[in-house]
Design a protein around this ligand. Structure first.
Ligand SMILES: [Zn+2]
Length: 382
């Protein structure tokens, strides 16, 4: 069976092949020579049908590599890689590199593709060697450095990742956020090894790289809390909540505990979180604050949640309101319990987070998007 990829390649390369083969004196067999454009049919069938190494070698030899056909060659390699036929992509690119027609600039491009092949094949040491060399070639240094990051992330070689990130920051501010996450990874390593001081040092570096690194504040809060530095823990948690009020949903009990131990003004701090979180999803913070208000006035707490529900309707807000109704001793308690059960089920199936880069949606907060591998780009929806 003729493989669909190669038909795609045919389509892709029709012009380039026509030109390249035409130059070498090749003529298309056609039923009638004339103005009718020849359809690439049987001359290619054996080559395409085989899909063997020999067929690939023939393809490499058939098309002269020059400025106008290089892109077509590279496109074929990318298609092979995308389809998971990495060994063929490697063969193609190595074949091209063995070709003496390549200029230095073209060879650099092909080596970059070969590096991507090795990365895709999991041959990380060879990919790393290539990318390290190419990082010094101005034309492709950005792509090579990005390739190195993918390797160091896979190998969890965070110190090497830090070095590469520092070079990328000069080109793109996004890498400040990536760098901060690498420092957070280093901090978590030290936390697991029982070295809280070193971990705190890394978290300082994370916040120097990116002062809005949510993860760094949350890790700081955990370390401060373990060290019974409750005032510092409370302040780090409130910083985190101001950056992303939705995290109050997951760290609400830590905030309450830190505030209690520290004698801090929790209600004031939560109001500040909600007030300063304009444009950000604040429902989780509203619900924690409502429970706090309910301790002195249940009717005020209900009013507070109802107002928020009207302005920002969501399943989470509705569930919070139903919970409060139950605490408030509403006469329809049984009905409310049923509604709450239904809401629990809906919330379980609900998408809570979305990647602002690629649209990946899920129920959990990921520091690194599982789809596009971006760091700090998955954000809560409400
Ligand atoms: Zn993404």
């Amino acid at each position: 069976m003729i493989d669909s990829l190669f038909w795609l390649i045919l389509f892709f390369l029709a012009l380039a092949l026509g030109w390249g083969l035409g130059r070498s004196g090749f003529s298309w067999p056609s039923r009638s020579r004339g103005s009718v454009r020849p359809i690439p049919s049987y001359p290619y069938v054996p080559l395409l049908d085989e899909q063997s190494d020999e067929a690939l070698q023939r393809f490499i030899r058939a098309l002269e590599i020059n400025d106008s056909t290089l892109d077509a060659h590279l496109a074929v390699g990318r298609l092979l890689r995308k389809r998971g036929e990495v060994d063929k992509a490697i063969q193609l690119h190595e074949g091209m590199l063995a070709n003496r027609q390549l200029t230095d600039v073209q060879a650099v491009q092909v080596r970059l593709e070969l590096g991507q092949d090795f990365l895709a094949a999991g041959v990380l040491s060879r990919a790393e060697t290539l990318f390290l060399e190419l990082a010094e070639e101005k034309a492709v240094s950005l792509s090579a450095l990005k390739g190195l990051l993918r390797i160091y992330e896979q190998e969890r070689e965070w110190p090497k990742g830090v070095e590469v990130c520092e070079r990328l920051i000069t080109e793109d501010d996004y890498y400040r956020s990536v760098l901060a996450h690498y420092y957070c990874e280093l901090a978590e390593q030290d936390m697991r090894r029982g070295r809280p001081k070193d971990a705190l040092g890394y978290l300082d570096q994370a916040l120097q790289a990116d002062s809005s690194c949510l993860r760094a504040f949350l890790l700081q809060a955990r370390l401060f809390s373990r060290a019974e530095r409750h005032a510092d823990a409370f302040s780090a948690l409130i910083q985190a909540c101001k950056l992303q009020p939705a995290v109050v949903g997951s760290v609400g009990s830590d905030v309450l505990e830190a505030a209690e131990r520290n004698g801090a003004n929790l209600e004031g701090a939560l109001r500040a979180v909600i007030g300063e979180g304009r444009g950000l999803p604040v429902t989780a913070a509203v619900l924690v604050l409502a429970r706090q208000i309910a301790q002195r006035s249940t009717s005020e707490a209900l009013r507070f949640v109802q107002e928020h529900l009207r302005a920002h309707p969501s399943l989470l807000a509705l569930k919070g309101w139903v919970e409060l109704c139950q605490i408030c001793g509403d006469s329809e308690k049984a009905a409310m319990a049923d509604i709450e059960g239904a809401l629990d089920k809906l919330l379980l199936a609900d998408v809570r987070y979305r990647c602002e880069r690629c649209g990946f949606a899920g129920k959990l907060l990921h520091w690194q998007c599982p789809a596009c591998h971006g760091w700090g780009v998955v954000k809560p929806l409400y």
